[in-house]
Design a binder for this molecule. Structure first.
Ligand code: UTP
Ligand code: MN
Length: 494
C-alpha cells in the first residue's frame, strides 16, 4: 500500500497532521445555534478519532455539519461567507451524520437521512426541477424516460462529429444528457423551462418531436447518403472521421466499396474490414464475462498478484457494448512494467488474438506536467486488439443450424478488446477515466478546470492553486477532492 499524500493543512490545524486518518474528508462544524463550547467538544472528539476538522469554512471543505439548523439556514450562512452558491459542491449535513461517523470511527457514507433539505430558490414556479448543470453533478441511470428525444439529439451530435464540429456535437450531447437525468418522460416544452444546457437548436428539435412525433432535420440526416456512409466507414476499426471523410469524397460508401475499389488499407483497417460484420454486432455482457475470465487467467499466469478490472460501459451496468475494456495493475509499483507484452504473448500463443497493436506508456509526470491542457487521450500502455472468442453453435446458431450440427462444433466471433496497464499510484485516476461515459468524463474535466482550478486526467489530479498533485487511491477520494458528491459507475451514464 502506498501511503496517501496528505493535503496541505493550514497552520491552525497542523497539530492534528500526524493523527489525521481521513484527509480527504475536510469537515466544517457550524457554530450557529450550537454554541462555541459544544463545537469545540465535537472538534476535539473528531480529531482524537483522526478526522480532519477545519476551523474556518473554505472551498476545501466537503462536509458541513450543523445542529438545529434548517438546510436553508446553513445554505444562506455559507453563501454569506463565500458569496457563491455552495449547494453544488458540499454536503450539508445534520449532526446525525457526525455522530454515526464517530461511532463507526470513519466518515460514513452520506445518506438522504443525513442531508439537510434545501428548498429550491423561490422563483414563483412550483414544478421546477433542480438540475445541476454539469453532468458529473448529476445521477444518470442507464435506463431513462426520454429515449425518443435523446436518440434524436445524439444522432445530430454524431452527425456534427462527422463534420468535425465539436462544439455543436457537445451541445447536442449535453442536451441529451440532461433529458436522460430527468425522472419522468417529457410531455411539453413547459417542463423544460428551468433546465440547463438546452440550447435553441436542441429545443427546436425537441419541440418538433413533441408536437409532430418526429423531427424533419433528424429524419433527413438519418436518411442522408453522407450520414449513412460516414457511419458505415467510421464503423470500421482503425478508421477515424478524417479518413472516412476523405474516402467519402472519393465516392466510397461502405467496407465493400473499399475492397471493390482496391483502396489501400493499413494493418488495423484491413482487420477492421475483414471482421466488419462481427465487430458491428453488439458484445453481450455474457461474452464480456467469458473474455474477462480468459484475460484474468492470462494476467494471473504471467504475473501473480496483478489485478484486472472490467471498465467502460460494462462497468456502468450496460448489457451490450461495442468493445470490452480492461484495466490492469499490480499493487507493487513497477511490477506492471513489461506486463502487457507478457499478456499478449500468452494470448497469442493460444491463438486468441486476431489482431493487436500495443502503444507504450508515454506518461511522465515531471515531463508532461499539469500545464498540458486536460486532454482526452491518455498515455498508458495500451493494447488495441481483436479477440477470437470461441462460441458453441448451440448457443448462437439459428434453429435450423442447430439441428444440423448436433455435435457441439466450435465456431468463433471477433470482439474488439482494449487492454490498458496502469501503475498502481495512478490506478484510481485510470479507473475513473476509463469508466466513462465519454460525456461524464468530459464534464468531470471541465468541472475540475472551471470550478476548481484543477487539472484532471486519467493519470493524475493537479491543484493549480496550491501547485501540487493530489494523490488518491480510490475514486471516492477524487470526487471528494473535486468537491463533488460521489456518483457510482451505474449512474455515470450521461
Ligand atoms: P469506450 O469507447 O469503450 O465507450 O470507452 P464505452 O462507454 O465502453 O461504450 P461502448 O459500449 O464500448 O461503446 C470507455 C471509456 O474509456 C475512455 C472513454 O473516455 C470512456 O469513458 N477512453 C477511451 C479513454 O480514456 N481513452 C481512450 O483512448 C479511449
Ligand atoms: Mn467500451
Amino acid at each position: 500500500m502506498i501511503p496517501l499524500k496528505r493535503r496541505k493543512i493550514s497552520h491552525t490545524e497542523s497539530h492534528q497532521n500526524e493523527s489525521c486518518k481521513f484527509p480527504h474528508v475536510p469537515i466544517f462544524i457550524l457554530e450557529r445555534k450550537m454554541g462555541a463550547s459544544r463545537r469545540s467538544f465535537l472538534t476535539r472528539l473528531a480529531r482524537s478519532k483522526g478526522f480532519l476538522i477545519k476551523e474556518a469554512y473554505s472551498s476545501a471543505v466537503t462536509h458541513v455539519v450543523s445542529e438545529n439548523n434548517s438546510g436553508d439556514e446553513v445554505q444562506s450562512w455559507l453563501e454569506n461567507q463565500t458569496g457563491v452558491d455552495t449547494s453544488t459542491s458540499v454536503h450539508l449535513l445534520d449532526v446525525s451524520w457526525f455522530t454515526e461517523s464517530m461511532a463507526a470511527g470513519r466518515p460514513v457514507t452520506v445518506q438522504d437521512k443525513h442531508r439537510l433539505k434545501v428548498n429550491p430558490k423561490c422563483n414563483g414556479d412550483d414544478n421546477v426541477i433542480l438540475m445541476k448543470s454539469y453532468a458529473c453533478q448529476r445521477r444518470t441511470p442507464l435506463k431513462h424516460h426520454n429515449l425518443f428525444l435523446t436518440e434524436a439529439l445524439e444522432l445530430l451530435a454524431e452527425n456534427a462529429e462527422f463534420s468535425e464540429n465539436e462544439g455543436r456535437s457537445v451541445a447536442f450531447r449535453r442536451a441529451a444528457s440532461v433529458l436522460k437525468a430527468l425522472p419522468h418522460r417529457v410531455h411539453s416544452m413547459d417542463e423544460l423551462k428551468s433546465l440547463p444546457c438546452l440550447g435553441e437548436h436542441s429545443q427546436r428539435v425537441i419541440k418538433e418531436i413533441l408536437e409532430d412525433g418526429t423531427s424533419r432535420e433528424v429524419e433527413s440526416t438519418r436518411q442522408s447518403e453522407q450520414f449513412q456512409a460516414m457511419k458505415a466507414l467510421t464503423g470500421i476499426f482503425g478508421v477515424g472521421v478524417r479518413t472516412a471523410d476523405r474516402w467519402f469524397r472519393k465516392g466510397l460508401r461502405s467496407p465493400t466499396d473499399l475492397i471493390r475499389m482496391g483502396q489501400p488499407l493499413n494493418r488495423a483497417q484491413q482487420a477492421g474490414v475483414q471482421y466488419y460484420d462481427d465487430l458491428q454486432k453488439p458484445v453481450t455482457k455474457a461474452e464480456a464475462d467469458v473474455i474477462s475470465d480468459i484475460v484474468q487467467q492470462a494476467v494471473c499466469a504471467v504475473l501473480p498478484g496483478a489485478e484486472i478490472q472490467l471498465m467502460g460501459g460494462f462497468r456502468r451496468g450496460k448489457e451490450f457494448g461495442h468493445d470490452v475494456d480492461f484495466l490492469i495493475t499490480h499493487p507493487e509499483e513497477g511490477k506492471e512494467e513489461g506486463l502487457m507484452a507478457k499478456i499478449i504473448k500468452w494470448l497469442e500463443e493460444r491463438g486468441l488474438l486476431l489482431y493487436q497493436k500495443t502503444t507504450r506508456n508515454s506518461y511522465l509526470e515531471k515531463m508532461d506536467g499539469p500545464a498540458r491542457p486536460p486532454n482526452n487521450m491518455d498515455r498508458f500502455e495500451r493494447c488495441f486488439s481483436i479477440f477470437k472468442l470461441q462460441i458453441s453453435d448451440r448457443s448462437t446458431g439459428s434453429h435450423a443450424e442447430r439441428s444440423v450440427s448436433q455435435s457441439e462444433t466450435l465456431s468463433w466471433r471477433a470482439v474488439r478488446i482494449d487492454l490498458v496497464v496502469s501503475p498502481y499510484c495512478q490506478f484510481a485516476f485510470a479507473t475513473l477515466g476509463w469508466t466513462g461515459s465519454k460525456l461524464f468524463e468530459r464534464e468531470l474535466r471541465r468541472w475540475a478546470g472551471q470550478e476548481k482550478h484543477m487539472s484532471l486526467s486519467s493519470h493524475a489530479l493537479y491543484d493549480n492553486n496550491q501547485k501540487h498533485y493530489l494523490r488518491a487511491q480510490t475514486e471516492e477520494e477524487i470526487f471528494a477532492y473535486l468537491g463533488l458528491e460521489f456518483i457510482p459507475p451505474s449512474e455515470r451514464n450521461a
